[in-house]
Ligand binder design. Structure first.
Ligand SMILES: Cc1cc2nc3c(=O)[nH]c(=O)nc-3n(C[C@H](O)[C@H](O)[C@H](O)COP(=O)(O)OP(=O)(O)OC[C@H]3O[C@@H](n4cnc5c(N)ncnc54)[C@H](O)[C@@H]3O)c2cc1C
Ligand code: FES
Length: 289
């Protein structure tokens, strides 16, 4: 089933952590089609301002009920307008878009996920699906490394109870869990526990994803990263979301991927990290330099 446009009815829209909102929508067409890691282009408001739709991942997909959930951080005008929307009003969404995560080959293996801030949004549905696929088999524990700038930006522990994930928390300011970056926690905890994931999934700020990629590549651990880029169309038409990538033929020729069409999920080794980071600077925090 391909993408579609749907007027989704808002069931709830509430602040669940600081500047972080959860919107539940009745959107049967998209709920039937969507997979973890895919996203929708959301018209945040009628009229011409803001003109462009905003890309948001599917945080939960309840296909049976015809409902989806979006978890979004109020970052600017578009997401602010979205946070003003009331239950029973309609939000137009185009989707599902993008490739989505590939489910692990071996769901019983040692799987780890790394989420930085709002990066938890696309990882949650994946985590639920992996948990479900493991419910009837003997499986290694799944580990989530989940960090934010401070405790009030984290989702509450209760939301993870429906999954079989063990959550390792971190905050940059030390207000909850490990004090430091989530990538430092990943490094420290895995070394201490002697834990080597067989597969890794991550989403968060670019610098965090770069660090996860380096950590995984150095250990030969396959990793799927959900990357972001500024998006205007979401369907491969404007070329605005291009990121420098490694040439598939292995040549040194310039090569670009489009996050909306080729991604947003990429393997760590397919991306030209240095070039992207130059492209997307300035950023306030670049812990790995
Ligand atoms: C595939 C994809 C999935 C996404 N999923 C989610 C999600 O589930 N939850 C969520 O909160 N956010 C998600 N984002 C980011 C979200 O789209 C932006 O935060 C949003 O578009 C900002 O719109 P705005 O009008 O509120 O802010 P603007 O006023 O447009 O921008 C505010 C600030 O955010 C920056 N920004 C805008 N768009 C992006 C972007 N795409 N990536 C990085 N920085 C951006 C701007 O440069 C500016 O500094 C996703 C982005 C992509 C590409
Ligand atoms: S957003 Fe237009 S090509 Fe990707």
């Amino acid at each position: 089933m391909g993408k579609m446009q749907e007027d989704a009815r808002i069931i709830r829209n509430e602040e669940v952590a600081r500047m972080t909102w959860l919107m539940r929508l009745h959107s049967p067409g998209i709920a039937a089609r969507a997979r973890p890691g895919q996203f929708g282009m959301v018209r945040v408001r009628e009229g011409i301002d803001p003109l462009l739709r905003r890309p948001l991942s599917f945080h939960r997909i309840h296909s049976g009920k015809g409902e989806i959930e979006l978890l979004y951080r109020v970052a600017g005008k578009g997401t602010w307008w979205l946070s003003r929307c009331q239950p029973d009003s309609l939000v137009n969404i185009t989707g599902p878009l993008g490739n989505g995560f590939t489910m692990p080959d071996n769901p019983s293996a040692a799987i780890a996920l790394v989420a930085g801030g709002i990066g938890i949004a696309p990882l949650f549905e994946l985590m639920v699906r992996i948990s479900e696929s493991r419910s009837k088999i003997k499986a290694e524990k799944m580990h989530l490394f989940y960090g934010a700038r401070s405790a009030d930006e984290l989702l509450p522990a209760a939301v993870f109870e429906s999954t079989d994930v063990s959550v390792h928390w971190s905050t940059d300011d030390g207000s909850f869990g490990f004090s430091g970056y989530v990538t430092e926690l990943l490094e420290e905890w895995t070394a201490r526990a002697g834990f080597r994931p067989t597969e890794l999934f991550a989403c968060g700020p670019l610098a965090m994803q770069h660090n996860v990629a380096r950590w995984a590549l150095a250990r030969d651990i396959p990793v799927q990263l959900s990357l972001e880029s500024l998006m205007a169309c979401g369907i491969g038409a404007c070329l605005g979301c291009a990121l420098p990538a490694v040439h598939p033929g292995g040549s040194s020729a310039e090569h670009y991927v489009h996050v909306c069409k080729d991604g947003p999920i990429f393997s760590a080794g397919s991306i030209q990290w240095r070039k992207i980071r130059k492209q997307q600077l300035p950023s306030p925090i670049f812990p790995c330099d």
